[in-house]
Design a protein around this ligand. Structure first.
Ligand code: LLP
Length: 419
């Protein structure tokens, strides 16, 4: 059962009416389906069943602690990008030997904290970072396990801001440089080099870039081994795309589902290639676990016309969900209740004092009125995680629907929280 679907004209999360949830908890409101997250974890685990692997959830996608607990309970590890994310992951019950620490700018105190907590490994982005981690580990009398991040110079077709593996991007190192560094392992007595890491970018919707990356990694591993360098682990990163169009269907909605290769489909193609190396395979999916499991519910405050446009002014804004403003990202937006089959073309905009504060432009929607609720779908990943207090707006509440009950998993911020 998909996380969100219509029963007649009422949109439900699992079996609960979004309108009822919005009335009970207020808007803007993030609503998540526990079952969808569990199913997404299970599908990836099944795809990896015959592979020596570690599946780590990229905490940056959504770090709500109840969701982290749920994901830890599905047997996943965690990939963290800061001390704060590591703190949250440990708090949620992820064991340190299932936690990887990635990110291009780790500070000394963050490295020391991660070493003290004995995380499984660091994913290292530069030679200087390696020297730095070596020094901190030496000082603490410990050893840091490390994967070196390679930049494969593959353009996987993601939005410019979230593509990470073209050679002009700030991430990783060119393979020849990684080889040089790994050959000089003796320079780093407090480092144990275990292998390599590649993350192509995010919201990659085709299989081919992943296949190309897997083939390149396989040949790199043989090159490295030919030079006497042991490679035991490959972290293949995350980046599996999700649907943002046509997530829910109704006869009054024209939108049809977008074609996107999902994680299990991609893994079916890449695992046979990666397995040739005999390495343990790590993965760091974020979006594909939580995106479709979440929606941001907003209330229509006003309808406003000018000569060219109809604006639906809603009570959520770019501070609550910035993806449309920041990446021109498309999110399907549907009424929580379909009262009218007649459609109209609208701009769905927020209350923030920016022209870029919109959720959709020139969107065909069944007609809605002030007081109606809209669900912005696909908002479970990089939604709340990227929210802010811009315009001194309080961050929204988050609710988790689980087995027929709803629970607040993060309170709406209060005015005092703004002080
Ligand atoms: N591993 C590394 C090293 C990453 O940098 C990321 C995401 C992931 C894994 C998880 O990627 P995913 O499976 O979620 O695609 N805010 C943007 C996305 C930024 C992605 C950052 N890194 C958005 O809303 O589209």
């Amino acid at each position: 059962m998909p996380a969100f679907h219509y029963r007649q004209n009422h949109l439900l999360c699992e079996q609960m009416s979004l309108r009822t949830l919005a009335e009970q908890y207020g808007t803007p409101l993030y609503v998540y389906s526990a079952d969808a997250i569990v199913q997404n974890c299970a599908a990836l685990r099944r795809a990896l069943a015959d592979t020596d692997h570690l599946l780590t959830y990229a905490v940056k996608a959504n770090n709500n602690r109840a969701l982290l607990k749920l994901i830890a309970g599905q047997g996943l590890g965690a990939d963290v990008a800061s001390q704060g994310e590591l703190f949250l992951a440990l708090h949620a019950g992820f064991s340190p030997e299932r936690i990887t620490f990635s990110g291009v700018g780790k500070r000394e105190d963050e490295i020391a904290y991660a070493l003290e907590k004995n995380v499984r490994l660091f994913e290292v982005e530069s030679e200087q970072e390696l020297e730095y981690i070596n020094a901190v580990a030496g000082r603490l009398g410990t050893t840091a396990r490390v994967l070196m991040r390679v930049n494969l110079d593959i353009d996987a077709g993601a939005h410019d801001y979230i593509a990470t593996s073209r050679k002009h991007d700030k991430f990783g190192m060119a393979p020849p440089r990684v080889l040089e560094v790994m050959k000089e392992a003796r320079r780093f007595p407090s480092i144990e080099l275990r292998g390599i890491h590649s993350h192509l970018g995010s919201q990659i919707t085709r299989v081919e870039p992943f296949v190309e990356a897997a083939e390149r990694l396989r040949s790199l591993v043989s090159d490295f081994r030919a030079q006497g360098i042991a490679i035991d682990e490959i972290d293949f990163g995350g980046g599996f795309g999700v649907r943002y169009q046509g997530i829910v269907q109704h006869s009054a909605l024209a939108e049809s589902p977008e074609e996107v290769a999902d994680g299990p489909t991609i893994l079916k193609r890449v695992l046979p290639i990666l397995k040739h190396t005999g390495c343990r395979i790590l993965l760091q999916p974020g979006r594909s676990i939580v995106a479709e499991a979440g929606a941001l519910v907003v209330k229509v405050l006003y309808r406003k016309h000018n000569e060219e446009k109809i604006f639906l002014i809603v009570d959520g804004g770019m501070n609550d969900l910035i993806r449309p403003s920041l990446y021109q990202a498309y999110h399907q937006i549907v009424p929580a209740e379909i009262h009218e089959r007649q459609t109209e073309t609208v701009d769905i905009v927020g209350p923030c004092c920016e022209t870029g504060d919109f959720f959709a432009l020139d969107r065909d929607m069944p007609r809605t009125q002030p007081g109606d609720y809209l669900a912005i779908l696909g908002a479970g990943a990089y939604g709340y995680a990227l929210s802010s207090n811009y315009n001194a707006r309080r961050r929204p509440a988050e609710v988790l629907v689980n087995d027929g009950t709803a629970a607040v998993i993060r309170q709406r911020e209060t005015l005092e929280d703004l002080l």
